[in-house]
Design a protein around this ligand. Structure first.
Ligand SMILES: Cc1cc2nc3c(=O)[nH]c(=O)nc-3n(C[C@H](O)[C@H](O)[C@H](O)COP(=O)(O)OP(=O)(O)OC[C@H]3O[C@@H](n4cnc5c(N)ncnc54)[C@H](O)[C@@H]3O)c2cc1C
Ligand code: FES
Ligand code: FES
Length: 475
């Protein structure tokens, strides 16, 4: 079998092959120290501040546009078959881009350290969004921190950009001439070694399963928004590292009957857009998931596989009766999410298996009463203290079916079947709601940590149920 011992990408229109030590570096380090593109800054190295924002586009999809991602938590091997634009690549023919120009004219460039990140985030917004409003600007800047709190000149700059003059970023460089180079590379699996470390990117599921069988402790990388933070904090991801980015099925995103299927490499931004109109409540909920930069890289599968009891998508997936699709050396297997999560970071997953996708039911939005909640210390860019999902069907004040799930209430996210059973077939009244609240209290075992005490979490769970009853069930 022939392998590539490099990953290939373009940076500001120039093709680069990356191998050996460079492939294992955070991408921000590669830009700054190997490519001398020091406009990309690193401040937090945790995906929080946006100073390291770059623009990224997968080569395989012509329709895909450049999107902002955090380069500090992305490992360089994950940039395989991608086009990257750093802040140095925005100016063209000796002219700054419209966003850069507006930042200067409106005094948006203040400390100079966070400024490149703001410029890149706004460039991504203009590339991907129309009908810009001040609220949209604020939403697109949730992943960028200005520590001197000088946000207003930056917002003014964003609003001052002459949209008619903004050219698609793809037009900046001649990407079509690079196609051949990339297409031949896409057919070859990648194996890069540096010291004892090995990165493997198979082109088929069978190859991936075989590699995992040989190296059961292999660490899978999807968007790396969890793993990248851990690495930057000094945690060793292990010796064998694998990415499924060369397997086309991993980008599957489709509706089949009343189910939505999401491949392991589909990012949350693509999912959010896809869900609009199909599962609007889940799409709306994803608005308060992380930042645009994180969602342009992070995957639904990664959110589940990190095994956090407060992962934001798990309660909804539990109430949507999600199925986890797995692949191993004996082939494909599906398992209900409720059975897949066995405990704290513990799954029904054999040594040679990995997750290939998630399927979940699309609730009938007309017949169902749905609410998703996330309680965190800040509204944006924060990890949940408690999250929950409720999907009910009612007929004339009678509950036909009830699905309730909470995260942050124990070692794993919980579906409360006992409460659901007590509610189904019953008329909605105060006595029933009190009974349900008592059962909820008895079913959860939250702990105290820096995000909230056990008492606070218990109270929040009841408040969220009450809010669902008041705002959704009784409406
Ligand atoms: C600034 C910031 C904000 C965040 N905000 C939120 C938030 O609001 N809500 C929230 O829930 N999370 C949040 N997160 C956490 C993270 O972004 C999510 O959990 C994300 O969905 C992880 O997806 P990923 O593709 O980046 O996973 P990765 O980091 O690539 O992987 C996560 C874990 O899953 C494993 N894995 C990946 N793919 C597979 C596979 N195919 N099979 C088996 N295992 C696999 C990896 O080995 C790893 O252990 C935030 C993170 C950051 C840095
Ligand atoms: S340096 Fe702060 S998000 Fe990357
Ligand atoms: S302008 Fe950079 S911190 Fe405020």
């Amino acid at each position: 079998m022939k392998f590539r011992d490099y990953v290939v990408l373009t940076i500001n229109g120039k093709t680069r092959k990356i191998s050996g030590e460079q492939a294992f570096m955070p991408f921000s380090s590669l830009l700054r120290y190997e490519a001398s593109l020091t406009g990309t800054k690193v401040v937090c190295a945790e995906g929080d501040c946006g100073a390291c924002t770059i623009l990224h586009r997968r080569h395989s999809s012509e329709s895909e546009k450049f999107q902002a991602i955090n380069s500090c938590i992305s490992t360089s091997f994950l940039m395989d078959l991608s086009h990257v634009i750093s802040v140095e690549g925005l100016a063209h023919n000796n002219h700054l881009s419209e966003v850069q120009d507006a930042m200067i004219k409106n005094f948006g460039g203040q400390c100079g350290f966070c400024t490149p990140g703001f410029v890149m985030a706004l460039s991504s917004m203009y590339e991907n969004t129309t009908g810009i409003t001040e609220q949209k600007v604020k939403n697109h800047l949730t992943g960028n921190l200005c520590r001197c709190t000088g946000y207003q000149p930056i917002i003014n700059a964003a609003m001052a950009v002459d949209t008619k003059k903004v050219a698609p970023l793809k037009s900046c460089y001649n990407y079509s001439s690079l196609t051949e180079n990339f297409v031949s590379a896409a057919n070859l699996p990648v194996k890069i070694t540096f010291g004892e470390k090995e990165f493997f990117a198979p082109t088929t599921l069978e190859m991936a399963a075989e590699y995992k069988k040989q190296h059961p402790s292999v660490r899978l990388f999807s968007g790396a928004t969890d793993i990248g933070v851990q690495i930057n904090k000094g945690k060793n991801p292990g010796v064998h590292l694998m990415s499924l980015h060369l397997i086309p099925e991993m980008y599957d995103l489709r509706q089949e009957g009343d189910q939505i299927k999401v491949g392991a490499r589909v990012n949350l931004n693509a999912l959010q857009k896809f869900l609009e109109g199909k599962s609007p409540k889940f799409a709306e909920f994803l608005n308060i998931f992380a930042s645009p930069q994180i969602k342009n890289a992070a995957t639904l599968v990664g959110n589940l596989a990190n095994g956090s009891p407060i992962a934001d998508t798990t309660p909804y997936l539990l109430t949507a009766d999600a199925i986890v699709e797995l692949f191993g050396s004996s082939g494909a297997r599906s398992v209900a999410l409720i059975d897949f999560i066995k405990g704290y970071k513990s799954f029904d997953l054999t040594d040679d298996e990995f997750i290939t996708g998630i399927r979940f039911n699309v609730p009938n939005t007309k017949a169902s009463k749905i609410a998703l909640f996330k309680v965190s210390q800040r509204r944006d860019l924060d990890i949940s203290c408690v999250n929950s999902s409720f999907i009910f069907k009612t007929q004339n004040r009678k509950i036909e079916s009830a699905k309730i799930a909470y995260g942050g209430v124990g070692p794993k996210a919980l579906r409360l079947f006992n409460v659901e059973k007590a509610l189904e077939g019953q008329e909605i009244n105060d006595a029933l709601i009190s009974k349900a609240k008592k059962l909820i209290s008895e079913s959860i075992t939250p702990i105290s940590d820096l995000r909230g005490s056990a008492e606070f979490r218990s109270k929040i769970c009841l408040d969220l149920f009450e809010r669902f009853v008041e705002e959704t069930l009784n409406s």
